[in-house]
Design a binder for this molecule. Structure first.
Ligand code: SAM
Length: 271
């Protein structure tokens, strides 16, 4: 199925204004990922599909489009420095700061298939198990794609994906699922609350402020202005003393944020 220049531009504009994702110059990606679905589902053109995306009240076609067009690459312990920093600096700081509430509020806001939130939970398990009292270490994990959220909730991974993890974690936090797969144990899975959330949403109202936000390897798909707006919203969602982790290749304009720069890809809200 051919895509006209007008259809291509309409899809790029729609995805950019609704989800922040910049697909300019990515015609082959768009057609490569959508074509089969359109043909199988009886669409005669890309514009017919986009009309359905816009008019569908359930959001089902929009979800389908997002499932195909988002790039969800991730892996366990990705950018390990962040998990070390969480363990060595952030959690000891929060142990004191939140000693009265014994509750850590953490948000992984482009969580993809779950490797990032599960790595965070395992890091927290390790840290808090030697601490007296029972800490609430449940975390919120969100993504725009319902497909990746489904996979994350299931928590089933190929054994080869777990090879980067310490042996101890593999033994303690995973169980056999098949000859080639393992499943995250319920005690870890139940600590992650998965929800669909669009970072372009105007409504960032959460019950309480977060101590830590992971927004990693998603802003690379956004333009400068969108990035700045989202970092501002993150600032508002953070508690005083709260930390923001971005992807290591993602640069936040230091002059355009009230967050304090700590080191590349790590920021803190100090006032
Ligand atoms: C490359 S993955 C990053 C996963 C993980 N944070 C990591 O660093 O490994 C980017 C994720 O961002 C999600 N995403 C893209 N646009 C989004 C938006 N507007 N709101 C929420 N999530 C979005 C995609 O669905 C995808 O799962």
């Amino acid at each position: 199925m051919e895509i006209t220049d007008k259809e291509y531009k309409s899809i790029v504009d729609y995805v950019k204004s609704n989800y922040g994702i910049n697909l300019n110059g990515k015609k082959t990606l768009i057609t490569g990922r959508l074509q089969n679905y359109l043909v199988k589902n009886g669409y005669s053109s890309y514009s017919e599909f986009l009309d359905k995306v816009k008019s569908s009240k359930t959001g089902e076609e929009a979800n389908k489009m997002l499932n195909y067009l988002t790039t969800n690459h991730t892996y366990f312990l990705r950018e390990q420095l962040h998990f070390n920093y969480l363990r060595d600096v952030v959690l000891p700081f929060l142990l004191k700061k939140e000693s009265a509430t014994k509750s850590i509020k953490l948000w992984s806001c482009a969580c993809s298939t779950g490797e990032e939130p599960y790595t965070i939970v395992m890091t927290m398990e390790d840290f808090f198990k030697s601490q007296p009292g029972k800490w609430d270490t449940r975390i919120l994990a969100t993504d725009i794609s319902t497909q990746v959220l489904g996979k994350a909730r299931e928590g089933i991974y190929l054994n080869e994906q777990l090879e980067v993890l310490p042996d101890r974690w593999r033994k303690m936090y995973f169980q056999r699922h098949s000859d080639v797969e393992s499943r995250v144990k319920d005690e870890i899975r139940n600590k992650v609350i998965y929800k669909q959330f669009n970072l372009m949403s105007a409504n960032y109202s959460f019950k309480s402020k977060f101590n830590v936000i992971f927004i990693r390897n998603v802003m690379i798909y956004f333009d400068e202005q969108t990035k700045r707006q989202i970092v501002d919203k993150m600032y508002n969602c953070l508690d005083i003393g709260g930390y923001l982790f971005t992807g290591m290749a993602e640069v936040v304009d230091k002059t355009a944020t009230k967050l304090k720069y700590i080191q590349p890809s790590i920021y803190q809200k100090i006032n």
